[in-house]
Write a protein that binds this ligand. Structure first.
Ligand code: SDX
Length: 428
């Protein structure tokens, strides 16, 4: 409710705008009427001070390193919940009863198959195509197969397309991996969990039974939980903006995948492991720390820093713990983990990183785990997209149901040429 006001003195006029309070986090100044009242826009490249919507899904306190999904701390969900339960929570607002979870799980399980003709899409890609290129193409094409669920004004259409997207992303991602290594696609197996099914479709072969390792299934499921949703990040904002035009949900998710691919966003998990492998041994860390601090060097520590977190990303805390669990379960060691730990230690004790409040984020350790499980680095962002589909779908549904929702259409500060007349070519 608006119960406080902000006064804006523009010299010739003074305007007041309501201040809206949320259940927690910063208040917002409601400037929806600013342009109509003053003929002026706000200017906020990168939207660092702009709330684009009202949401009840995820709350982040960047200063304190807090992340809540519908009020539940990410650390508790990672420890005690499951990815399917978190998906239910984000979509429905409350933790499910045992029967509700069972019903939801069964519904998702029965949507994991893809139309057989979708397999042909993969044949059009080179074998070395980046899995994110395949995900963009194949997910966008899903709308060509589901004309029965693209009427976004129909809640039932929204519900079934949401279930189809959450259910089919593991199948599509696993197929992208299989295609890249020249192995046949494995169809989903309904007797397995969501995450166990994904691991089998990815690493199983028709020639023999695939045994899901419980510790790996648990770690993978936890990684999915850690990536499920994260407030109004770049790819979620892309999904909301695409959805605000009335585009079908499959096209909106393809837009989100495209945005997530960037190395400043979801592509950072692939870039972070590549960076750690390039650093190689701890003795080379300081050289890269100096490069990251050099304003003339475009190099940045991948997996470090965050627009919102100015404290330790709580997801990175869980991720680091999960590295140790996976290494123990698989009886593997990876010297890159030692390098990562030492890099973190050195960076966090360096004034540059301390002053700019740069801490490890969700992408810093995730690649080490995914590599230990057997994924190539090119699959890391596809896994991020798989998990984030839950958040994108939940945010998309929330946006469509928001009565304040209108098509997103930002304005600009124009600094180009003022009006001038055309000059015929012979006079130039
Ligand atoms: C994700 O938004 C989300 O929630 C995203 C995400 C999600 O779940 O959806 O959390 C997932 O995208 C995590 C972030 C993954 N990206 C990386 O790890 C790439 C490396 N990080 C940076 O590119 C950067 O930190 C960003 C893009 C993440 C945040 O950039 P900002 O908020 O725009 O801050 P900035 O670039 O203006 O940096 C502030 C200062 C700058 O120095 P000055 O110009 O003030 O002198 O800090 C410096 C930057 O040069 N800086 C870094 C750095 N990150 C910022 N310097 C060295 N190494 C880094 N990693």
């Amino acid at each position: 409710m608006a119960n406080k006001q902000a006064n804006l003195d523009l010299g010739e006029t003074e305007q007041t705008f309501p201040i809206l309070e949320g259940s927690c986090g910063p208040d917002v100044v409601d400037i929806r009427k600013l342009y109509g009242a003053t003929g002026k826009f706000t200017y906020d490249p990168g939207y660092k001070s702009t709330a684009s919507c009202e949401s009840a899904l995820t709350f982040i306190d960047g200063e304190e390193g807090v992340l809540l999904h519908r009020g539940y701390p990410i650390g508790q969900l990672a420890e005690s919940s499951s990815f399917m339960e978190v998906a239910y929570l984000l979509l429905n607002g409350e933790l499910p009863s045992a029967d509700e979870l069972d019903d939801f799980d069964n519904t998702i399980t029965r949507h994991t198959m893809v139309h057989d003709q979708l397999r042909q899409f993969y044949q059009g890609f080179r074998r070395d195509a980046h899995p994110m290129a395949i995900m963009c193409g194949v997910v966008g094409a899903l709308s060509a197969f589901y004309h029965d669920s693209t009427d976004i004004s129909d809640p039932e259409h929204r519900k079934i397309s949401s279930h189809r997207l959450i259910a089919k992303m593991p199948t599509i991602a696993a197929m992208a991996y299989k295609y890249s290594i020249g192995q046949p696609f494995l169809p989903p197996q309904n007797s397995l969990s969501y995450t166990g099914n994904f691991l089998r479709m990815t690493f199983g072969v028709p020639a023999e039974e695939y045994e899901v390792i419980p510790a790996v299934e648990k770690a993978m499921d936890r990684i999915f939980i850690l990536h499920a949703d994260h407030e109004q990040n770049a790819s979620t904002s892309t999904v909301r903006l695409a959805g605000s035009s009335g585009a079908n949900p499959f096209a909106c998710m393809a837009a989100g995948i495209a945005c997530l691919w960037g190395p400043a966003h979801g592509g950072a998990n692939e870039a972070a492991l590549n960076m750690l492998q390039e650093i190689g041994t701890p003795d080379r860390i300081q050289h890269y720390i100096e490069r990251a601090k050099d304003k003339n060097d475009p190099f940045r520590l991948m997996g470090f820093g965050h627009r919102v977190y100015k404290n330790y990303d709580p997801r990175a805390t869980v991720m680091q713990k999960t590295v140790r669990e996976v290494f123990e379960a698989l009886n593997v060691k990876d010297p890159v983990f030692e390098t990562a730990l030492q890099l973190e230690e050195i960076a966090l004790n360096d004034d540059y990183f301390a002053e700019k409040k740069l801490f490890p984020n969700v992408d810093f350790y995730s690649g080490i785990i995914l590599s230990a499980i057997g994924f190539p680095t090119t699959m890391f962002t596809a896994l991020f997209a798989l998990a984030r589909t839950v958040g994108w779908v939940a945010q998309w549904n929330e946006m469509i149901s928001d009565p304040a929702q209108v098509i997103g259409r930002p304005r600009q500060l124009y600094t180009g040429p003022t009006q001038r007349d055309y000059v015929p070519i012979e006079q130039r």
